[in-house]
Ligand binder design. Structure first.
Ligand SMILES: Cc1ncc(COP(=O)(O)O)c(C=O)c1O
Length: 323
């Protein structure tokens, strides 16, 4: 049987590729607190999160270097957003995509992945993300068709945020940034944007937002928290060389309350980690004084959290009305 020559798939995905990155950055004025912070709107990426950047960088690079071909299956362990991004872009580029996800991740994320045509394998993690990473490695060792983006150790993850997200932020803010604060999953965003900001403004403070219930960088034990997408229970390798100056702890309750405020007072339908990032940015701005320029990221959209604590306040109100 004649074999069909492999034609790079980037061209067929040109439309969606053109929508990734170059996200807007907006000033958010908090009158009550007397503070303005700069928020980069990563939720405007086409699949709804900052992870579209990783999917684009890794898949385009893999294709250009011949690491993937017509039979390749993109396989990644992810708490959700990376899975959605890889499913969207991998599908548009014509690749099979298989996503390993903790059974605890929200249903909306699972549905989006399946809607995009990817295969979903759920694993019981008991809070240990490593379980899924080990599974993906075993699968790849048995079948050479699997290609692992390895978001937790891939230096492209950091490099892309340094050259993309970070430089965009510096240009958009347009004046010296005194502090940049965001949460971490793989650590790629914090390390990459941190390097860019520190490179341009050496006295800038680069801070990690951590759930107060799982402040690992503060040397505390991981525990359950409601800030999905960040703090998976370990300090990721990509953070080892990050120019970190400290951390800001945010409780799940404060993150949820701020996310609701972003929805209702600002009309920004973002996920819980965005609320947490904004709380951390406000705390930082209050500490540094009203003239400080503090920047953060709004990482993803709200609609993937319908079944989580973020939307449960409505049920509580309805229950009270009935009772
Ligand atoms: C929902 C969400 N996804 C992704 C990220 C960034 O993760 P990473 O550290 O993997 O770059 C964040 C960081 O705050 C986040 O809140």
């Amino acid at each position: 049987m004649p074999t069909t020559p492999f034609i790079p798939r980037q061209a067929r995905a040109a439309a969606v590729l053109s929508l990734i990155g170059n996200t807007p950055c907006v000033p958010l004025r908090f009158e009550r607190e007397g503070v303005t912070i700069h928020a980069k709107c990563e939720f405007t990426n086409p699949s709804g999160s900052i992870k579209d950047r990783l999917a684009k960088t890794v898949l385009v690079d893999a294709e250009q270097r011949g690491l993937i071909g017509p039979d390749s299956i993109i396989l990644e362990c992810t708490s959700g957003n990376t899975g959605i991004a890889l499913s969207m872009l991998g599908g548009a580029m014509g690749y099979r995509v298989c996503i390993l996800m903790s059974a605890g991740a929200s249903h909306e994320r699972r549905q989006l992945i399946e809607q995009l045509g990817a295969e979903l394998i759920l694993f019981e993690s008991a809070g240990r993300y490593q379980t899924g990473i080990d599974m993906s490695r075993e699968m790849a060792a048995r079948d050479p068709r699997y290609f692992l983006p390895r978001q937790f150790e891939n230096e492209l993850n950091v490099h892309d945020h340094e050259q993309g997200t970070g430089l965009e932020l510096i240009q958009q803010v347009g004046k010296p940034i005194d502090a940049f604060v965001t949460g971490f999953g793989t650590g790629g965003t914090l390390a990459g944007v941190g390097k860019a900001v520190k490179g341009r403004y050496p006295s800038a403070r680069i801070l990690a937002m951590e759930p107060a219930e799982a402040a690992l960088l503060a040397g505390e034990c991981p525990c359950c928290h409601s800030i999905e997408g960040v703090a998976d229970g370990f300090v990721p390798a990509l953070l080892r060389n990050a120019p970190l100056d400290g951390n800001v702890k945010v409780s799940s309750a404060d993150a949820l309350a701020m996310t609701l405020r972003l929805h209702r007072e600002f009309g920004l339908l973002v996920g819980t980690s965005s609320g947490a990032n904004v709380v951390a940015a406000l705390t930082t701005a209050r500490e540094m004084g009203p003239r400080a320029t503090v920047a953060t990221l709004l990482c993803d959209r709200a609609e993937r959290y319908f079944s989580t604590a973020l939307f449960q306040h409505r049920e509580r109100r309805e229950a009270t009305a009935i009772g």
